[in-house]
Structures are given as C-alpha cells and as structure tokens.
Design a protein around this ligand. Structure first.
Ligand SMILES: *Cc1c(COP(=O)(O)O)cnc(C)c1O
Length: 284
C-alpha cells in the first residue's frame, strides 16, 4: 500500500503538518482514495462493472472513474439531466471522468428517486454499486489504513483535522484514533445536520470535535474569503480544494492553537471549474 508523504507549512505564524493524500493520484486522491481502498485491493477479474450516481462535479465520481480505468472495470454513472453547457465543458471533474471512460446516463427528474432506490434490483455478483458519498463499510477499512500511517509517522502531534461532507471520513478517523483529537467542520448544512448524518453511522466519539464556521456558507458556492485563504495556502506551498478546505482552515486558525496534522481530503481536480465560476463572479 502506498504511504502518502507529510509536508509542513506555515500559516499566520503557525506550523501545520499536511498529510498529502492529494498526491496519491491526479484523479484518485484525497479521502475518496481512502474510501475506495477495499475496491482498490479487489482483484480486477472479480468484477466487471461499477455503478454509481450523484452530482456531476463530484470528486467521488472522478475517483471511481480513475479506479475503473486502472482495473479495467466498466463504469456507469447516473445523474439528473445536464445542461448542454455542462456536457460540453472542457475541464473539471465531469470532463476528466468521461475521458477516463465513464459512461454517463441521465435520468429524468421525476424518476430519479425511484431509480436510486431500485439501483440494486437488477444486479449480479460481478457488479458493485457505490452509493452517493461512498460505500460506508469499505470506507471504514481505508480510513483504518490511514490511521495506521498516522500512528507510525512519529510526528508527535495529537490533533488532526479534515473537512466534512457526509462526515464519514472524520467519523471513522476519530473512531480509529481514539488517542487523537479530530477536528472537522460541516460544509453541507450546519453542525447539527452533520451530527445527525454521523450519528446515523455510529454514536459520536468524544475525541471528534465539530468546529462551527463563524458564517453560514452554502455548499459549493464561491466566496471571496474562500478564495483568499485558498490562495494563502497555495503560497504557503500546498494547493487545496475550494469547496471543503477553506472553511475548516478558517475555523482552525480562529478556534484552535495547538499543532495540527491536517489530512488533505483531495478535490484539487475540481479547482479548474471552480476558478472559472470565481472569474464569472468577478472575484478573480
Ligand atoms: C468528499 C470530500 C469531502 C467530504 O468527505 P466526507 O467523508 O463525505 O465527509 C471532503 N473534502 C473533499 C475534497 C472531498 O472530495
């Protein structure tokens, strides 16, 4: 198994360590790389086809496409109908996933929910369905591998941080490393919503600390302060994504003091299309 490197950066006069899971692969990186661990360890001849569904800018979609390319598995991805502009974009996750061989199928809005509910009905043992947000049991395994790498790194840090969407990554990391504090921040909804999502998977451990951002942010929208912190981090030496990373970095700077190992959650491949939106808004 590939052990990702750790680098050190300095921000606001503070030193942070960054576990570079973003470097695992250009398209199969960050926490999606960890979540797909069990499938990545599956011998190619065991499966023919992976099925998933969700949004077209999804980092999970791109990671699955890159995995299927490596494994020579067929990959079908279902979404709600797309606009012609989205279909014809020449950058971003959707474009790259199609280039990696992903078959894209649109499901008309009124049927989408029923489609998702019935996606497993016509399956056989050579097919595998990955639900939106990633397969949970498989994710747990991959995060245990990450936990092991952290324990063995000998950095002497006892606090970790990583941003949350569904919270699967932060939760399983905290469960695998009870001797570490794990900071996270909600990027979809507020802390209460995130807690509920996590509690549906497992009771919350004490070492998991949810930092509430000072302001309410809508998921995947451009914000001036997001761009600002992302650019400061870039100058410090590491590129982060523009959707998940900015708000946790702001929260870490404002609400913590100790030395922290930040687990890079990936998503950098989506910056091309996010930066285009920042330009449209006149932020760049
Ligand atoms: C998917 C993703 C997350 C959220 O991960 P969860 O396990 O759903 O909380 C965070 N950062 C990036 C860059 C992601 O792609």
């Amino acid at each position: 198994m590939y052990n990702t490197p750790t680098t050190q950066i300095s921000l606001d006069g503070r030193a942070f360590y960054v576990k570079r899971d973003d470097l695992a692969d250009p398209f199969l990186a960050g926490n999606k790389f960890r979540k797909l661990h069990a499938l990545l360890e599956t011998p190619p001849q065991k499966l023919d086809k992976i099925i998933s569904y969700g949004g077209t800018q999804s980092n999970a979609m791109l990671a699955i496409a890159a995995m299927c390319k490596k494994k020579n598995w067929y990959f079908t991805y279902y979404t709600k109908p797309l606009s012609d502009t989205q279909k014809n974009e020449k950058n971003g996750n959707f474009f790259h996933a199609k280039n990696l061989g992903m078959e894209h199928v649109e499901i008309e809005e009124p049927y989408y929910k029923d489609f998702v509910a019935s996606v497993r009905l016509s399956m056989d043992e050579r097919m595998f369905v990955i639900d939106q947000g990633g397969a949970v049991e498989e994710a747990k395994l991959g995060l245990e591998v990450l936990a092991d790498e952290i324990k063995k790194s000998g950095l002497g840090v006892t606090s970790l941080a990583t941003p949350s969407g569904t919270g699967t990554t932060a939760l399983f990391l905290a469960l695998s490393l009870p001797e570490y504090k794990v900071y996270t921040t909600p990027c979809v909804g507020d802390s209460d919503y995130l807690k509920k999502q996590m509690e549906a998977l497992h009771p919350l451990p004490q070492n998991l600390i949810i930092l509430e951002p000072k302001k309410k942010y809508h998921f995947a929208k451009p914000y001036r302060e997001f761009l600002e912190i992302q650019q400061r981090l870039l100058s410090a030496g590491v590129e982060f994504d523009l959707i998940y990373a900015p708000s946790i970095w702001m929260a870490l700077l404002e609400q913590t003091q100790e030395e922290i190992l930040y687990i890079h959650s990936g998503g950098v491949s989506g910056n091309e299309s996010m930066l285009a939106r920042y330009r449209q808004k006149g932020f760049l």
